[in-house]
Write a protein that binds this ligand. Structure first.
Ligand SMILES: *Cc1c(COP(=O)(O)O)cnc(C)c1O
Length: 429
């Protein structure tokens, strides 16, 4: 059965049904929003009528940020100038803000330092991990489905340390790890499909083979509980501009398990990680604790924007965020099933809650054109090559009504863009 705009029998009259009041799922969305304990948190963000489902790429602006940044610039930089390194707490910001992120990823204070990009922190974690691994290790395993930057950096880190890289699907790591494996670098949530990988199970399997577990939390931190300390994760990295809403290019973070910190030998031992940075000693001696994950002068404006952004989490538990995230993604999938023409999209995100992150990825023919049209109609997700439509759900500010509207507009767009482009006349084969 095809549903084309020329087939009025099988198509809802778009104009007549476009009003939310008339749609079968819209009423239910209003009930879900009315019962949502996080609904009021949305007011902590600057948003508009656009359905913004790209917070897994760039989180929305928390309202507290502009005034705080203006104050940092005018007062701390403009008036206090150099005094702000101590008087305004600039120097200690990387560890202080690390301690603010810590409860969201299940870490005790003193285990996370903020600074540099995720890519740079992947380098620190992989080389640092190899330097802690057993002498006989010859390889590192890299998530075969990883976000590309992790793979690029891991291959360079392996070249520098004389190890081989072996790409392995996350579900296969427990079977593939050997006593020659130094570590595995794995994405907690797959950026493309939204699949949640089994962090406790994979970490335990790596440990039983004597290997370290290095996790990339870019698509899980701020979206679901991670439990770094509880699961004995060795090293972890993550960015802060996705579900943590820190702003474009906001600094990333590095986690080092407490019992490994003493052995953590950073491949980027800048003066900020020195035991006595102001001694200006030509010889290097690492600071104690997580400070040794620092490199050079921190990016203060971005760091302090991130710190203000984290105020949006006041009084919010990551468990409540997870509950809403699963409800939102379930609901969106239901609405897509109800509204999209049959057979036009296929979810590549697992239905199983224990394997789902906070996004829904739909495979679709002409996905690039579909997303362009969705954005034109006020529903912002993104497109990933070759055929994936990504919709990120940020429980702090996404409503059920928005999930419903996005699915409705998707249905309209799919009907307006038939699956196959009309073939040029006379084309054969
Ligand atoms: C977003 C993302 C990154 C980004 O790295 P940058 O250095 O911040 O550009 C890295 N890894 C994963 C898994 C990501 O999702």
């Amino acid at each position: 059965m095809s549903e084309s705009p020329e087939d009025p029998g099988s198509v809802r009259p778009a104009q007549a049904s476009a009003a939310a009041e008339d749609r079968e799922h819209a009423l239910h969305a209003r009930e879900l929003d009315a019962a949502d304990p996080l609904a009021a948190i949305r007011d902590r963000f600057t948003l508009d009528d656009t359905v913004y489902l790209d917070g897994n790429s760039l989180g929305a602006l928390p309202r507290a940020v502009p005034d705080r940044l203006a104050e940092v610039v005018a007062r701390e930089w403009g008036e206090l100038r150099i005094r702000s390194w101590s008087e305004s707490g600039w120097w200690a910001a990387p560890e202080r803000i690390g301690d603010r992120i810590a409860p969201l990823v299940g870490a005790a204070p003193g285990r996370i330092v903020v600074g540099d990009s995720t890519s740079v922190n992947v380098f620190k974690a992989v080389v640092g991990g190899v330097r802690m691994a057993g002498k006989g290790c010859t390889e590192i395993l890299v998530d075969a489905t990883t976000f590309p930057t992790d793979g690029y950096i891991a291959r360079s880190a392996a070249r520098m340390t004389g190890l081989a890289v072996r790409p392995v699907e996350p579900a296969r790591i427990a079977d593939e790890v050997t006593e020659r494996t130094a570590l595995a670098l794995v994405n907690h949530v797959d950026y493309r499909t939204g699949r949640l990988n089994d962090l406790p199970g994979i970490t335990a399997a790596l440990h039983s083979a004597g290997a370290l577990a290095v996790w990339d939390l870019c698509h899980s931190a701020g979206a679901l509980p991670v439990g770094l300390d509880a699961h004995g994760v060795d090293l972890a990295v993550g960015c802060t501009y996705k579900y943590l809403n820190g702003g474009p290019g906001s600094p990333a973070y590095l986690y080092v398990r407490e019992s490994l910190q003493e052995r953590f030998d950073s491949p980027l031992p800048g003066w900020n990680s020195h035991a006595e940075p102001f001694a200006m000693d030509p010889g290097y001696a690492p600071a104690e604790g997580i400070v040794r994950g620092r490199v050079g002068t921190p990016d203060i404006l971005s760091l302090l924007a991130l710190e203000a952004a984290l105020d949006a989490w006041d009084g919010v538990s990551i468990e409540a965020v997870r509950t809403k995230s699963l409800a939102l993604t379930d609901y969106f999938l239901d609405c897509v099933n109800a509204y999209a023409p049959p057979g036009r999209v296929r979810s590549v995100t697992p239905y199983d809650h224990s394997r789902r992150g906070s996004q829904v990825s739909l495979e679709s023919a002409r996905a690039g054109e579909v997303m362009t049209e969705l954005i034109r109609r006020g529903v912002v997700g993104d497109f990933r090559e070759p055929d994936v439509l990504r919709f990120g759900f940020t429980p702090l500010y996404t409503s059920f009504a928005e999930a419903e509207r996005a699915a409705w507009v998707l249905g309209e767009v799919l009907r307006a863009l038939p699956e196959e482009e009309p073939e040029a006349a006379g084309t054969a084969g």
